[in-house]
Design a protein around this ligand. Structure first.
Ligand code: GDP
Length: 205
């Protein structure tokens, strides 16, 4: 993530996806889980992913690529980072939830260069019902995914190992889950190097 990154496009439906580059990773989580903050923190660019998206906003897959790799003229990016639309708005109408599920499932199933999804879970809340539904979706799509706990600065340090253990239990029997749970704080910088290292290792596989 040494170079600069740019936003290339928001994708509201499969036909608007950019050409497939070599690899792609995606970040998913309930709205307000700290997804934009985490993407900005690991890339090291404040304000790249927009923070605090308001509920009901257009649901799009937001594509970020290293600067100079916009995909135009055959210059495909070595890695794309995809910010998936947040889920779990209490007041979301059924059509919106259905549209979210369709877009996300089509993307998960259809994107052959998608290497892994990082599913963010708020350390204070743990795995909620709608997170479990997304885990089901990921398992059904057979896309590799890893759980990343966010905002661990909001819980007592002594509680972190137990939370990791509980979260590991929640995914133990899941087919597509990567067993290691990462614990992060975008605010304090905790776990960011570990997450970057996990991504780097993934890209070498
Ligand atoms: P998103 O909706 O998932 O993109 O979430 P945001 O990144 O916009 O974060 C939602 C709220 O949580 C904002 O008020 C952030 O400042 C806050 N937040 C994000 N990451 C952290 C963190 O690591 N620690 C703390 N304490 N707050 C955070």
């Amino acid at each position: 993530f040494a170079q600069g990154w740019v936003f290339i496009r928001g994708v509201p439906a499969m036909k608007f996806l950019p050409p497939e580059g070599p690899l792609e990773i995606a970040f998913a989580g309930r709205s307000n889980v700290g997804k934009s903050s985490l993407i900005n923190a690991i890339i090291g660019q404040k304000g790249l992913a927009r923070t605090s998206n308001t509920p009901g906003r257009t649901q799009e897959l937001n594509y970020f690529v290293p600067d100079g790799h916009s995909g135009e003229g055959g210059d495909l990016p070595p890695l794309a980072v995809v910010d998936m639309p947040g889920y779990g708005f209490a007041e979301a109408p059924k059509e919106q939830v259905d549209a979210w599920t369709r877009l996300v499932f089509d993307y998960l199933r259809g994107r052959t260069t998608l290497k892994r999804v990082y599913l963010l879970i708020d350390a204070r809340h743990g795995v909620k019902k709608n997170d479990a539904e997304v885990l089901d979706l990921l398992d059904r799509a057979a896309v590799s995914y890893q759980i990343v706990l966010t905002k661990i600065d909001k819980i007592k340090p002594a509680g972190v190992p137990r939370l990791i253990e509980e979260t590991a239990q929640a995914i133990r029997k899941r087919a597509a889950a990567y067993p290691e749970i990462l614990a992060t704080s975008s605010e304090k910088g905790a776990g960011l190097d570990e997450l970057r290292a996990a991504i780097a290792q993934l890209l070498e596989e």
